[in-house]
Write a protein that binds this ligand. Structure first.
Ligand SMILES: CC(C)(COP(=O)(O)OP(=O)(O)OC[C@H]1O[C@@H](n2cnc3c(N)ncnc32)[C@H](O)[C@@H]1OP(=O)(O)O)[C@@H](O)C(=O)NCCC(=O)NCCS
Length: 246
């Protein structure tokens, strides 16, 4: 229920004042009820008043919260852990034409997710939530471990030991969330995670005509080296924070 529709003209200040006034009366009722004998009509009346005041306070608080949210759009992007229940969603995204163009083997991706507690436990998978809605997927992994599954020809790509060189993958599955700056923010979040675990370098191989993906990486400070995009994470701590919309 939107109370402002029912009570046109109530300003935020009026609602705050109403809460103050109700709370003060509520306090008096709560004090009074301790002196009344349960079962008497005055006890029952006071009890009902207290309940009614509590409802009024919570409705006004809700209205104030709604007003706050409208004034301050959430704009929250979150990476949360991938759950088994996300697999059908991921399947839908992998077969969406804008993703399938670059993610050629959906069955491989789905197998990695299904086996993520076993053979593919070196990957860290996340669902991207924007304003609490699941809109995409991303992951990072240590290239030292992934060389069992993919061919990295150059030694500098895999690192001498684990924990040094990482790679990432990302996609926005929900088309209405494309081109809103979220891709850049997802990569920024992933770089934050890699930085936190002490990664030295992040390398991303991508098809040269994937312009959106290239732009996302460039916005995060990646540069091209021998056909791959590379970011020296330790040196990039001062790169500008990436925001939505540009
Ligand atoms: C790559 C992807 C995550 C980018 O996400 P996004 O949120 O749409 O990208 P952003 O809004 O952050 O835009 C980043 C830049 O790319 C540009 N861009 C986005 N989509 C574009 C497109 N289809 N064509 C050309 N440029 C594009 C934006 O204008 C922006 O440019 P700018 O830096 O000059 O402002 C998204 O396109 C996607 O999920 N693609 C399919 C999966 C994929 O290719 N993953 C990467 C595999 S390596």
């Amino acid at each position: 229920m939107n109370m402002s529709e029912n009570m046109p003209g109530n300003t935020k200040h009026e609602l705050q004042e109403a809460i103050r006034s109700i709370n003060s009366t509520l306090g008096k009722c709560e004090k009074a009820i301790t002196k009344l004998k349960p079962g008497t009509s005055s006890h029952t009346l006071t009890k009902r008043r207290i309940e009614a005041f509590n409802i009024a306070v919570s409705l006004i608080e809700r209205e104030l919260r709604n007003e706050y949210t409208a004034e301050n759009p959430v704009d929250e992007l979150k990476l949360r852990l991938f759950y088994d229940g996300d697999i059908p969603l991921m399947e839908r995204w992998l077969y969406a034409p804008h993703v399938a163009a670059w993610y050629k083997h959906p069955d491989h991706w789905l197998r990695e997710l299904r086996e993520r507690r076993g053979e593919f436990s070196f990957l860290s998978h996340y669902i991207v939530e924007y304003e609490e809605k699941a809109v995409g997927f991303c992951q990072y992994y240590d290239c030292f471990h992934s060389r069992l599954h993919e061919v990295w020809n150059d030694e500098w790509k895999v690192g001498d030991k684990q924990g040094e060189v990482f790679s990432i993958d990302y996609l926005i599955g929900e088309t209405e969330y494309l081109r809103r700056g979220l891709g850049k923010r997802i990569v920024a979040e992933l770089m934050g995670k890699l930085r936190a675990i002490g990664a030295i370098r992040c390398i991303v191989s991508l098809e040269p005509d994937n312009i959106a993906s290239r732009r996302v990486l460039e916005a995060n400070g990646f540069t091209m080296r021998n056909g791959d995009y590379v970011l020296n994470i330790a040196e990039s701590t001062k790169t500008k924070q990436v925001k939505s919309g540009g």
